[in-house]
Structures are given as C-alpha cells and as structure tokens.
Design a protein around this ligand. Structure first.
Ligand SMILES: Nc1nc2c(ncn2[C@@H]2O[C@H](COP(=O)(O)OP(=O)(O)OP(=O)(O)O)[C@@H](O)[C@H]2O)c(=O)[nH]1
Ligand SMILES: [Mg+2]
Length: 402
C-alpha cells in the first residue's frame, strides 16, 4: 500500500492506496487543496520513486518554484521527475489538431515515458486535459490498467461540475479513490474539509473531515467544541475529564461554591483530531461572554443536571445563545449517578430539540462516559452536512461506518 500521507485518510483506507490505484483529488474552486497531490508527490520522490508529472499549464521551473514557496523543496529530486509541460503540450496540440489523434499521441507518449524511465507514479493536473479531451476521453488516455507495471495515477481537478462530476468519476471506468475537497462558511467562518467520496478497495464512511494546513502537512482539525449548561451542571468537571490538558478559570460564588468565572479550556487529541473544548461560565451575569466563545464553534454539548429540573428553562436559553440548534449538538443529562426523576421525554419537551439530537444520561465523574460523548459529537461533526439548509444527520456509534 502507498500512504496518501494525510493523517485521517490513511487510517480510513487501511494504510493507503494499492500500488496501481487511480486517485482523484477533486477541488472545489474556492477550496485550498493543492497540497494533497503535492504531498503525495513529495513523499514518492523522497522514497526514490521516479514520477511523471503532467503540467500542461506551466513550466517545470515555475512549478518547482511554486512548490518551494509552499514549503516543498523538491528541486533536489529533479532527476527523478519526468515533466510533460506546457511547451510539450502546446507543441503536441499544434501537431495533432484532431482530438482523436491528439488523444492517441498523448496516451502513447505518457506510456512511453513511464516505460522507458521506470516511472511508477503519474501525477496529472487534469484541467487542460479535461478541456482538450473531455472527461471520459481524458481519463481513457490515462488508463494504464493493461500495462504490466501500471503506475499509480494521481489526478488533481478543479471541480466545476459539483456532485454529478464526482459521481461520474467514481463509476466502473473512473477512479479507485475519489477525494473531494471543499470549503464551508455557512455555520462557522471559512474552513476547508475533505470527503472520501469513493474507494474501490475498502468501505469508507462518507465523512467530511475539516482540516488545517500546518506547514507542509494536513491535520484534521475541529476548531472548537463548546460545552454549555446551567450553573453547577458539571461543565468544568466534563471539560477536565474529557481533556488531556485542562484549565478552568474558577472563583467562588457568594455561598463559597466553586464556580467558573471566565471559561474552562480543555485540549485533547482524539482519532487524529486536535480539539479544543470551551466550557461556558454558568451564571447569567457572564452571558455576554458566550457569543464570543461560540464563534467558530463546530459543535455544542449542552449539559443538564438531572437533579435540577428547575434549571431546564435556563438550559433552553443557553441552547439559543450558543446556536446549538444550528450546529451538531448533543444533550448530556449529568449527575445521573444521583437520585433523580427527570426523563428523556422531559428534556426533549422542555428544550424542543430535534429527534435526531441524542440525549445521554451520564455521570461527569466517569471519564470514559465523558470521552464517549466527545467521540460521539466528533462523529456527528464529521457526518454533518455543511451545505446550507440541510438538516444535520443522526449521529450513530462512533467508528461503526454509519
Ligand atoms: N455526583 C456527581 N457530581 C457531579 C457531576 N458533575 C459534576 N458534579 C459535581 O457538581 C459540582 C459542580 O460541577 P462543576 O463541574 O463545577 O459545574 P459547572 O457547570 O462548571 O459550574 P459553574 O462553572 O458554576 O457553572 C462539583 O462539585 C462537581 O464535582 C456528576 O455527574 N455526578
Ligand atoms: Mg465551571
């Protein structure tokens, strides 16, 4: 297997791609996803592989310069790279104005380059190939499946065709692996996410993984999860037990009870994600902070103390203040280790939450239970459709491929 080199993707793909796989990175025009192909190219070169790189839009010098400004200095591997560049592309197009002849010549040329030079990877910037030959003919020109040592094909395409184009690339004659790279901004400010749309060698759940670029690597990333709930409902305990490292800004209230005066802050790494948890302060006098805390939140955990039914109206206000209904949301009934009469039906009625939102009865003192809630929310976030107007899906059990 050849690793894709992205934390999160390789785990889902059982280690990477088979050696002669056909891989497509389909980027939405606004998304910042050039790094996916570049990452694989840099990896292949560092392992001493010879790579054919098809860049009909530019010259090798410009291409290498662009990569070096992005932090990938591969000029030292120049002798492993066989470019098919703008000059050759233009010359071939001029020589073969007829699309059929051009198709045949282009196909044969790439095969010859691979065979004669022992290239085991072909990287293609596909947009101009698409323009010249169309999707199916362009792909047919890059079909190496009948070659004895078929190279691994990695294609980058700007996706102006949306979901139908993804579907037509995922069929029988299409790619083994289709990764779409998109950007979202409806619920939180601009962010990028990738989705494995199709994989021919293993079953992969259809998840959207938000990511950030950290130097030259791609890291799955959940900007912020907000933990809210009425005063004394267990937020600080929850955040502390969920976190690898935690911090509470606590004081004491007029009765001498410990209470959070600014926020709880917890960091954890879970299933490859770096996550920051923010607990809101409980008392309403701190409410002005909440709108600041929920900015860029990708999910909300609402805690309700099962021994305090009188706090349910306050919980509802917090649900509204945190925009919990518009984001992936989980409701947690805390202190269920103590005697209580509150039921799930009471909570649903008082809060008016969607049926799809889970209500979990736990003790915040139980670290495992707290962690399970966080993983369930992460699953919910990765299954959430960030397309405007769509209802978030129901979260299932984390990792079950739902
Ligand atoms: N038995 C039990 N005690 C809990 C549970 N969760 C929290 N507690 C206790 O309840 C008290 C309040 O918990 P905190 O975590 O400070 O609550 P909070 O929501 O951060 O409180 P504020 O910051 O004042 O809003 C503490 O004494 C906790 O130990 C639980 O699930 N079961
Ligand atoms: Mg607190």
């Amino acid at each position: 297997m050849i690793p894709i080199g992205v934390k999160g993707i390789d785990e889902m793909l059982e280690g990477g791609a088979p050696i002669n796989a056909r891989i497509l990175f389909a980027m939405e025009p606004m998304a910042d996803g050039q790094i996916f192909l570049i990452h694989m190219l840099a990896e292949a070169l560092s392992e001493g592989k010879r790579c054919c790189v098809i860049i009909p839009h530019t010259t090798p010098d410009v291409y290498l310069y662009d990569l070096s400004t992005a932090g990938f200095d591969i000029a030292g591997h120049r002798d492993q790279i066989l470019f098919f560049d703008q000059t050759e592309w233009m010359a071939m197009k001029k020589r073969y104005p007829d699309a059929k002849k051009f198709h045949k010549e282009f196909k044969n040329h790439i095969r010859r380059v691979c065979t004669e030079n022992g290239a085991t990877f072909v990287f293609v910037y596909f947009d101009m190939v698409y323009e010249a030959l169309g999707l199916s003919q362009g792909l047919a020109a890059l079909d190496f499946s009948d070659m004895p040592d078929a190279p691994l094909l990695v294609v980058e395409l700007l996706n102006f065709g949306g979901a139908p184009l993804i579907r037509s690339c995922s069929g029988e004659s299409g790619f083994d692996l289709v990764v779409s790279i998109r950007s979202g901004y409806n619920y939180i400010p601009f962010f990028n996410f990738f989705t494995i749309e199709h994989c021919s060698w293993t079953t992969v759940p259809h998840r959207s993984i938000p990511y950030i670029l950290t130097g030259t690597s791609i890291a799955p990333y959940i900007s912020k999860i907000v933990v809210t709930g009425p005063a004394q409902s267990g937020k600080s305990t929850f955040v502390a037990n969920a976190s690898d490292h935690g911090l509470s800004v606590d004081g004491t209230d007029m009765r001498g009870v410990s209470t959070t005066v600014a926020m709880d802050l917890g960091r954890l790494t879970w299933q490859g994600f770096d996550i920051t948890l923010y607990g809101t302060p409980g008392y309403s006098r701190f409410d002005p902070i909440i709108s600041q805390l929920v900015r860029r939140a990708m999910g909300v955990i609402l805690l309700i103390d099962v021994t305090r039914p009188d706090t349910l109206p306050r919980a509802k206000d917090l649900l509204i203040a945190t925009r919990g209904s518009a984001l992936p949301l989980i409701v947690v009934a805390t202190k269920s280790d103590l005697p209580h009469e509150m039921t799930e039906a009471d909570i649903r009625r008082e809060l008016g939450i969607r049926q799809a939102v889970g209500v979990h009865f736990i003790s915040c003192l139980d670290k495992t239970a707290v962690r399970t809630i966080v993983s369930s929310l992460i699953e919910h976030i990765t299954l959430f459709s960030y397309d405007e107007g769509e209802e978030p899906p129901t979260p299932g059990t984390f990792g079950n491929g739902a």
